[in-house]
Design a protein around this ligand. Structure first.
Ligand code: NI
Length: 129
């Protein structure tokens, strides 16, 4: 499956931004607030690599505890999916457990995303093409 981005947890996007710019990343669009997940999101590009800076806004966000535990760090890979329901069933068969139903994501013009977890390979995300 083709990789869309690497999700990267940060405490504050405005503080992380210049650091990633210093490493050659360029912002792709503006910071978008995702109400469902209570996070700010900013995509940045460096050659073939895209990172998604994710910053939880409050304790309501599922990434809040993760950030507390891990600090600023990459935490998921996101893959393109041309058929999200079919890919979820296929991944289920290989041991991935979906964190819920696919839901629209503002950072992707409301294309649906879903997170899945494998105890052998960690967390991944699928985004509709
Ligand atoms: Ni992501």
């Amino acid at each position: 499956m083709r990789v869309h981005h690497i999700g990267y947890l940060v405490k504050k996007i405005d503080k992380a931004l210049p650091q990633f710019e210093g490493l050659g990343f360029v912002s792709e669009g503006e910071i978008v607030y995702d109400e469902i997940r209570d996070i700010d999101i900013l995509f940045m590009i460096n050659g073939d690599y895209r990172i998604e800076l994710v910053s939880p806004k409050s304790e309501k966000s599922v990434t809040w505890d993760l950030l507390k535990k891990m600090g600023a760090s990459p935490y998921h890979l996101c893959y393109y999916s041309s058929n999200i329901e079919a890919d979820i069933s296929k991944l289920r068969e290989s041991g991935y457990i979906p964190a819920g139903e696919p839901l629209p994501a503002p950072a992707f013009n409301n294309r649906r995303v879903v997170f899945l977890y494998s105890r052998h390979a960690g967390m991944i995300e699928l985004v509709e093409e």
